[in-house]
Design a protein around this ligand. Sequence first.
Ligand SMILES: O=C(NNC1=NCCC1)c1ccc(Br)cc1
Length: 330
Amino acid sequence: TRGSAEAVPEKDDIQYLTPVKIGTPPQTLNLDFDSGSSDLWVFSSETPSRQVNGQAQYDPTKSSTSSKVDGQTWSISYGDGSASSGVVFKDNVDVGGVSFPAQAVEVAQKVSSSFSSDENNDGLLGLAFSKINTVKPNKQITFFDNIMSNLEKPVWTSDLKNDAPGTYNFGYIDEDAYTGEISYVPVDNSQGFWSFEASGYSIGNKSVPLKFQGIADTGTSLAMLPQEINTAYYSQIQGATMSYSLGGYVFPCDAKIPDFTYKVGDVSITIPASFINYAEADEEGKKCFGGIQPDTDIGFSIFGDVALKAAFVVFDAGTESSPRLGWANK
Ligand SMILES: O=C(NNC1=NCCC1)c1ccc(Br)cc1
């Protein structure tokens, strides 16, 4: 089988939401597909009303194919400090025409304020490796791992776009979605992430060979990169500064900023300057927040949406022992 679903950006491309059908008759929720985590959780009839502000809610009692997974609970916290927790059901889940009849659907009994205040986000669909699923006492399997054996190829691909709907495909590689060759690099999934080695970067016409580890994370908005890269990049912008009050590098919104290119395998991906002028950081609209920020104290870099939307990316489970990531221009 193969499936295809739209990835619709929220304001400023902070995250991308994809419709998912759960249960019978289908209840459609718009979920944040997150290659940086491995839980599929949803706003539900069990989420306290004071924590629900416009989100769609999955109600397992309205689905003839739902079943409670007794004695199981989950609790997750994300890199941006957001969190949620609850209990577990199983039900039919359909993404873009590919379905699995007994997918663990983690229903939220508690969500943190940033989830409550994001009316368009009805939950997350984790696409990292199942080993970091948070359900206790029995870890649950991700949607991708569940459907993998039915897919034409054990792959899913991301084609995110700047301020426009993109696409997540499952089971096949759309040859019309990219240009040139796809360059594959090995993945170290020991931490449960799609972790790979980048081999260099360039700013303007200066190319620097730097080997650094990073993860491909569709659930993180920005590109969190080594301090060396941040220093080199923001030194090219008049008036750029690290603002502790605003939480990162900012620069005058009318500044001329350079493109940024990262090298992975044989491919060089260029993030256009317009993707890096991320969003207004202050009320006067004079300071703008950079789409590249430091990865300090994480231990590796995070290639979030700012980096991913410049590329066509193949998340290839390959043969279990050797997952890999494919990168191409588009
Ligand atoms: O949480 C992470 N990614 N997903 C999401 N962020 C916000 C909502 C979803 C994340 C994953 C790995 C590392 Br290292 C840092 C952060």
